[in-house]
Ligand binder design. Structure first.
Ligand SMILES: [Zn+2]
Length: 269
Protein backbone atom coordinates (compact mmCIF):
# COMPACT_ATOMS: atom_id res chain seq x y z
CA UNK A 1 0.00 0.00 0.00
CA UNK A 2 1.02 3.61 -0.36
CA UNK A 3 0.22 6.70 1.71
CA UNK A 4 0.68 10.16 0.27
CA UNK A 5 0.88 13.47 2.04
CA UNK A 6 1.99 16.92 1.07
CA UNK A 7 4.49 18.70 3.29
CA UNK A 8 4.64 22.11 1.66
CA UNK A 9 6.44 21.69 -1.65
CA UNK A 10 7.54 18.15 -0.81
CA UNK A 11 5.22 15.21 -1.43
CA UNK A 12 5.97 12.19 0.71
CA UNK A 13 4.99 8.77 -0.59
CA UNK A 14 5.25 6.09 2.08
CA UNK A 15 5.15 2.54 0.75
CA UNK A 16 5.11 -0.93 2.18
CA UNK A 17 3.88 -4.41 1.49
CA UNK A 18 0.76 -5.30 3.40
CA UNK A 19 0.86 -8.69 5.03
CA UNK A 20 -1.92 -10.06 7.21
CA UNK A 21 -3.47 -6.62 7.54
CA UNK A 22 -0.36 -4.62 8.40
CA UNK A 23 2.51 -3.00 6.59
CA UNK A 24 5.67 -5.00 7.17
CA UNK A 25 8.15 -2.14 6.81
CA UNK A 26 7.65 1.40 5.56
CA UNK A 27 9.93 2.92 3.02
CA UNK A 28 9.56 6.38 1.47
CA UNK A 29 10.08 8.32 -1.73
CA UNK A 30 9.83 12.09 -1.98
CA UNK A 31 8.59 14.08 -4.96
CA UNK A 32 9.63 17.71 -5.24
CA UNK A 33 9.49 19.93 -8.32
CA UNK A 34 9.54 17.00 -10.76
CA UNK A 35 12.34 15.16 -8.93
CA UNK A 36 11.60 11.80 -7.30
CA UNK A 37 14.06 10.84 -4.58
CA UNK A 38 14.16 7.03 -4.25
CA UNK A 39 11.62 4.73 -5.86
CA UNK A 40 10.47 2.44 -3.05
CA UNK A 41 10.40 -1.34 -3.06
CA UNK A 42 9.50 -3.70 -5.92
CA UNK A 43 6.27 -4.85 -4.23
CA UNK A 44 4.83 -1.31 -4.38
CA UNK A 45 6.24 -0.30 -7.77
CA UNK A 46 2.88 -0.57 -9.58
CA UNK A 47 1.11 1.54 -6.96
CA UNK A 48 3.82 4.19 -6.98
CA UNK A 49 3.83 4.35 -10.78
CA UNK A 50 0.03 4.68 -10.89
CA UNK A 51 0.17 7.52 -8.36
CA UNK A 52 2.87 9.33 -10.34
CA UNK A 53 0.76 9.31 -13.51
CA UNK A 54 -1.01 12.42 -12.24
CA UNK A 55 2.15 14.31 -11.36
CA UNK A 56 4.93 16.28 -12.98
CA UNK A 57 7.94 13.96 -13.09
CA UNK A 58 11.22 14.71 -14.87
CA UNK A 59 13.86 12.69 -13.07
CA UNK A 60 14.45 10.16 -10.28
CA UNK A 61 17.48 9.71 -8.04
CA UNK A 62 18.39 6.67 -5.92
CA UNK A 63 20.16 7.48 -2.66
CA UNK A 64 21.71 3.99 -2.66
CA UNK A 65 21.34 0.57 -4.28
CA UNK A 66 19.21 -1.24 -1.68
CA UNK A 67 16.09 -2.97 -2.96
CA UNK A 68 13.71 -0.71 -1.02
CA UNK A 69 15.14 2.40 -2.74
CA UNK A 70 15.37 1.27 -6.38
CA UNK A 71 12.28 -0.95 -6.59
CA UNK A 72 10.28 1.03 -9.16
CA UNK A 73 13.23 2.06 -11.35
CA UNK A 74 12.39 -0.39 -14.12
CA UNK A 75 8.70 0.45 -14.24
CA UNK A 76 9.35 4.20 -14.14
CA UNK A 77 11.78 3.91 -17.05
CA UNK A 78 9.21 1.86 -19.00
CA UNK A 79 6.18 4.06 -18.31
CA UNK A 80 7.67 7.55 -18.27
CA UNK A 81 11.05 7.17 -20.01
CA UNK A 82 12.57 9.43 -17.36
CA UNK A 83 16.27 9.45 -16.54
CA UNK A 84 17.21 7.82 -13.23
CA UNK A 85 20.49 8.77 -11.60
CA UNK A 86 22.60 7.32 -8.80
CA UNK A 87 26.14 7.62 -7.51
CA UNK A 88 29.05 6.17 -9.45
CA UNK A 89 29.33 3.43 -6.80
CA UNK A 90 25.58 2.68 -6.83
CA UNK A 91 25.08 2.46 -10.59
CA UNK A 92 26.87 -0.89 -11.19
CA UNK A 93 25.13 -2.42 -8.16
CA UNK A 94 21.71 -1.29 -9.42
CA UNK A 95 22.53 -2.71 -12.87
CA UNK A 96 23.20 -6.22 -11.55
CA UNK A 97 20.77 -8.77 -10.11
CA UNK A 98 20.35 -8.29 -6.36
CA UNK A 99 21.24 -11.22 -4.13
CA UNK A 100 18.54 -11.14 -1.49
CA UNK A 101 17.69 -13.20 1.54
CA UNK A 102 14.21 -14.74 1.84
CA UNK A 103 13.00 -12.04 4.27
CA UNK A 104 14.09 -9.31 1.83
CA UNK A 105 12.13 -10.93 -0.99
CA UNK A 106 9.10 -11.24 1.28
CA UNK A 107 9.20 -7.70 2.66
CA UNK A 108 10.45 -5.69 -0.32
CA UNK A 109 10.77 -7.95 -3.37
CA UNK A 110 13.56 -8.37 -5.88
CA UNK A 111 14.22 -5.33 -8.11
CA UNK A 112 14.67 -5.65 -11.87
CA UNK A 113 18.28 -4.60 -12.64
CA UNK A 114 18.29 -1.18 -14.30
CA UNK A 115 20.81 0.98 -16.07
CA UNK A 116 20.97 4.37 -14.38
CA UNK A 117 22.93 7.55 -15.09
CA UNK A 118 25.75 8.83 -12.90
CA UNK A 119 25.01 11.66 -10.50
CA UNK A 120 27.29 14.67 -10.61
CA UNK A 121 27.66 17.17 -7.78
CA UNK A 122 24.28 18.80 -8.21
CA UNK A 123 20.78 18.05 -9.44
CA UNK A 124 18.79 20.97 -10.85
CA UNK A 125 15.01 21.14 -11.13
CA UNK A 126 12.95 24.09 -12.40
CA UNK A 127 12.99 25.92 -9.06
CA UNK A 128 15.57 24.16 -6.91
CA UNK A 129 19.15 23.01 -6.81
CA UNK A 130 20.13 19.94 -4.80
CA UNK A 131 23.67 19.30 -3.69
CA UNK A 132 24.73 15.65 -3.86
CA UNK A 133 26.62 14.84 -0.65
CA UNK A 134 28.48 11.54 -0.30
CA UNK A 135 27.26 10.00 2.96
CA UNK A 136 28.64 6.45 3.24
CA UNK A 137 28.13 4.29 6.32
CA UNK A 138 24.75 2.59 5.90
CA UNK A 139 26.44 1.30 2.74
CA UNK A 140 29.49 2.51 0.86
CA UNK A 141 27.58 3.97 -2.11
CA UNK A 142 25.12 6.13 -0.16
CA UNK A 143 24.44 9.79 -1.02
CA UNK A 144 22.14 12.44 0.43
CA UNK A 145 20.51 15.30 -1.45
CA UNK A 146 20.47 18.74 0.15
CA UNK A 147 18.49 21.78 -0.98
CA UNK A 148 20.58 24.47 0.68
CA UNK A 149 18.17 27.42 0.55
CA UNK A 150 15.30 25.38 2.01
CA UNK A 151 17.35 23.28 4.45
CA UNK A 152 15.85 20.09 3.04
CA UNK A 153 18.07 17.08 3.50
CA UNK A 154 16.99 13.79 1.92
CA UNK A 155 19.04 11.27 3.88
CA UNK A 156 17.95 7.88 2.53
CA UNK A 157 18.92 5.36 5.21
CA UNK A 158 21.76 7.35 6.78
CA UNK A 159 19.63 8.40 9.74
CA UNK A 160 17.29 5.73 11.11
CA UNK A 161 16.92 6.95 14.70
CA UNK A 162 18.80 8.85 17.40
CA UNK A 163 19.80 5.55 19.02
CA UNK A 164 20.42 2.90 16.35
CA UNK A 165 20.05 -0.57 17.82
CA UNK A 166 20.32 -2.90 14.85
CA UNK A 167 22.24 -2.87 11.58
CA UNK A 168 23.18 -4.91 8.55
CA UNK A 169 26.65 -6.53 8.66
CA UNK A 170 28.14 -4.15 6.08
CA UNK A 171 27.18 -0.98 7.96
CA UNK A 172 30.05 1.07 9.37
CA UNK A 173 29.00 3.09 12.41
CA UNK A 174 32.02 5.40 12.33
CA UNK A 175 31.39 6.24 8.67
CA UNK A 176 27.76 6.93 9.57
CA UNK A 177 28.92 9.35 12.30
CA UNK A 178 31.36 11.02 9.89
CA UNK A 179 28.70 11.39 7.20
CA UNK A 180 26.31 12.91 9.74
CA UNK A 181 29.02 15.37 10.81
CA UNK A 182 29.46 16.35 7.17
CA UNK A 183 25.75 17.25 6.98
CA UNK A 184 25.81 19.11 10.30
CA UNK A 185 28.74 21.20 9.10
CA UNK A 186 27.10 22.28 5.85
CA UNK A 187 26.98 26.08 5.76
CA UNK A 188 23.21 26.30 5.95
CA UNK A 189 20.72 27.43 8.58
CA UNK A 190 18.15 24.81 9.44
CA UNK A 191 18.45 21.18 8.44
CA UNK A 192 15.21 19.25 7.95
CA UNK A 193 15.70 15.52 7.48
CA UNK A 194 13.48 13.51 5.14
CA UNK A 195 14.37 9.92 5.92
CA UNK A 196 14.08 6.71 3.95
CA UNK A 197 11.63 5.39 6.52
CA UNK A 198 9.33 8.36 5.88
CA UNK A 199 10.12 10.38 8.98
CA UNK A 200 10.49 14.14 8.71
CA UNK A 201 12.77 15.54 11.42
CA UNK A 202 12.45 19.30 11.73
CA UNK A 203 15.47 19.79 14.01
CA UNK A 204 17.74 17.60 11.93
CA UNK A 205 20.98 19.01 13.26
CA UNK A 206 20.07 18.12 16.87
CA UNK A 207 18.91 14.64 15.82
CA UNK A 208 22.17 13.94 13.97
CA UNK A 209 24.22 15.29 16.87
CA UNK A 210 22.45 13.06 19.34
CA UNK A 211 22.96 10.02 17.08
CA UNK A 212 26.70 10.79 16.79
CA UNK A 213 26.94 11.19 20.59
CA UNK A 214 25.17 7.89 21.03
CA UNK A 215 27.57 6.10 18.65
CA UNK A 216 30.60 7.51 20.47
CA UNK A 217 29.18 6.56 23.84
CA UNK A 218 28.44 3.00 22.63
CA UNK A 219 31.94 2.83 21.20
CA UNK A 220 33.53 3.72 24.56
CA UNK A 221 31.36 1.18 26.38
CA UNK A 222 32.02 -1.57 23.81
CA UNK A 223 35.77 -1.09 24.02
CA UNK A 224 35.67 -1.13 27.82
CA UNK A 225 33.68 -4.37 27.73
CA UNK A 226 36.07 -5.84 25.20
CA UNK A 227 38.89 -5.02 27.63
CA UNK A 228 37.03 -7.06 30.24
CA UNK A 229 37.04 -10.01 27.85
CA UNK A 230 33.33 -10.02 26.95
CA UNK A 231 32.28 -11.60 23.67
CA UNK A 232 30.24 -9.54 21.14
CA UNK A 233 27.25 -11.69 22.01
CA UNK A 234 27.54 -10.86 25.72
CA UNK A 235 28.11 -7.19 24.89
CA UNK A 236 24.74 -7.04 23.14
CA UNK A 237 23.00 -7.75 26.43
CA UNK A 238 25.08 -5.19 28.30
CA UNK A 239 24.69 -2.44 25.69
CA UNK A 240 21.14 -3.02 24.47
CA UNK A 241 19.49 -5.19 27.14
CA UNK A 242 18.81 -7.92 24.57
CA UNK A 243 19.22 -8.76 20.90
CA UNK A 244 16.89 -6.88 18.55
CA UNK A 245 13.71 -8.67 17.47
CA UNK A 246 14.82 -7.93 13.92
CA UNK A 247 17.66 -10.44 14.32
CA UNK A 248 15.22 -13.32 14.55
CA UNK A 249 12.97 -11.97 11.79
CA UNK A 250 15.92 -11.49 9.40
CA UNK A 251 17.90 -14.60 10.34
CA UNK A 252 20.60 -12.42 11.89
CA UNK A 253 21.01 -10.08 8.92
CA UNK A 254 19.83 -7.01 10.86
CA UNK A 255 21.02 -7.29 14.44
CA UNK A 256 22.45 -5.56 17.49
CA UNK A 257 25.43 -7.88 17.30
CA UNK A 258 26.28 -6.30 13.94
CA UNK A 259 26.35 -2.91 15.69
CA UNK A 260 28.76 -4.28 18.30
CA UNK A 261 31.00 -5.84 15.65
CA UNK A 262 31.05 -2.54 13.72
CA UNK A 263 31.97 -0.68 16.91
CA UNK A 264 34.88 -3.05 17.52
CA UNK A 265 36.03 -3.28 13.91
CA UNK A 266 38.49 -0.42 14.11
CA UNK A 267 40.68 -0.26 17.16
CA UNK A 268 41.88 3.29 16.61
CA UNK A 269 38.49 5.06 16.48
ZN1 LIG B 1 19.26 0.90 2.77
Amino acid sequence: MIEVDHLGEVTRVKMGREYQGRVLYWTAAYLVDGLLIDTGCPHTSEELTRFLEGWHLDLAVNTHHHEDHVGANHLLQQRFQIPIMASMESAPLIAQPAELRPYQELVWGCPVPTKVGILLHQVETESHRFEVVETPGHCADHVSLVEVTKGWCFTGDLFISREPKAMRPEEEVYDIARSMTKLIELPIGKLILFTGLGNVVEDGRAALESCIDHIHSLSREAKALEGQGLSPDAMVNRLFGRESVLAELTDGHISSENVVRALLRYKDK
